[in-house]
Design a protein around this ligand. Structure first.
Ligand code: R5P
Length: 292
């Protein structure tokens, strides 16, 4: 029976995953030394066991990543038979290529570090770039939280919902949610200034008049992408506008920015533990683990 090790960043999700798998949790003690260095200590036996380490790498990404690497390496050294890393939010995955000359391909470096620490497999959720998961020395599986988000949305009393992706790249996710809700979807197109990070969204006509619009994205960080999309659908007569995402990073000022643009509700998952994490990705991780 697989054992679950919830890392310091994903204690709640780790516990939910263990519950889904009907298995036990191995506790981790963690602290930060006065100089800022991280300490982890595994409490329990792993020799000969198959173990899943659950540690999402949302902000502070570097701290969470180091904790993950320390745990994986330690569990391997203590004789685990197989170590699967469940990293719902894969830090740095937006830097999946060299956009500008001389940039680090940080997403790739992170994955290589996880492999070097001893991971035999990786599960992640709605990774920003699936291309990053190719050609690794270990098996990497991307899991979609969209069916779980759709199930949550189906319990809300939405009026003739329209599912919108704020970016062409996420149109597939919006389509999946829309099909599960038996409704239609659309997408906007956005351009991001690579130096300033500023987002511009192209305006186009959408069938949103008098309807509830759910804007679906993988990540909400500054909230700029969602705010732009919300202003557009509001100006086109949308009745209510909600935002749903897998990774509610919610950088400082993001919620206010989105509310000002007319977002009434923000729905996120526990891939990033936050006060808007209303949907658990544990069932999707459990299903992927059973298939591994
Ligand atoms: C980008 O392509 C992603 O899918 C998200 O749209 C983006 O990361 C959201 O960032 P922000 O909230 O800062 O606009």
């Amino acid at each position: 029976m697989i054992k679950v090790v919830p890392g310091p960043a994903s204690r709640r999700l780790g516990a939910s995953l263990a519950e889904e798998l009907k298995t036990s949790v191995l506790e981790v003690e963690s602290k930060v030394f006065p100089d800022g260095e991280s300490y982890v200590r595994l409490k329990g036996e792993v020799a000969g066991e198959e173990v899943v380490v659950v540690q999402s790498c949302y902000p502070p990404q570097d701290k969470h990543l180091i904790e993950l690497l320390l745990l994986v390496k330690t569990i391997k050294e203590l004789g685990a038979r197989k170590v699967i890393t469940a990293v719902p939010y894969l830090a740095y995955s937006r830097q999946d290529k060299r956009f500008l000359e001389g940039e680090a391909v940080s997403g790739r470096v992170v994955l290589e570090l996880i492999g070097l620490a001893g991971a035999d497999a990786l599960l992640t959720v709605d990774v920003h770039s699936e291309a990053l998961l190719e050609k690794l020395s270990f098996k990497a599986v991307n899991v979609s939280a969209m069916p779980l988000i759709a199930r949550y949305l189906s319990q809300l009393r939405l009026l003739n919902p329209f599912i919108l992706s704020p970016d062409k790249k996420r149109a597939r996710e919006a389509g999946l949610v829309a099909s599960l809700l038996n409704t239609d979807h659309g997408y906007l197109e956005k351009v991001r200034d690579l130096s300033t990070g500023e987002v511009k969204t192209m305006v186009k006509g959408l069938p949103v008049e008098g309807r509830d619009v759910v804007i679906v994205d993988d990540i909400i960080s500054t909230g700029g992408t969602i705010a732009n999309a919300a202003s557009i659908v509001k100006s086109q007569g949308a009745r209510r506008v909600l935002a749903a995402c897998t990774h509610p990073i919610l950088a400082k000022g993001a919620e206010e920015r989105m509310r000002k643009a007319g977002i009434e509700e923000i729905i996120g998952t526990d891939a990033v533990e936050s006060h808007v994490s209303r949907v658990s990705v544990a069932p999707a991780l459990a299903e992927a683990l059973r298939k591994l």
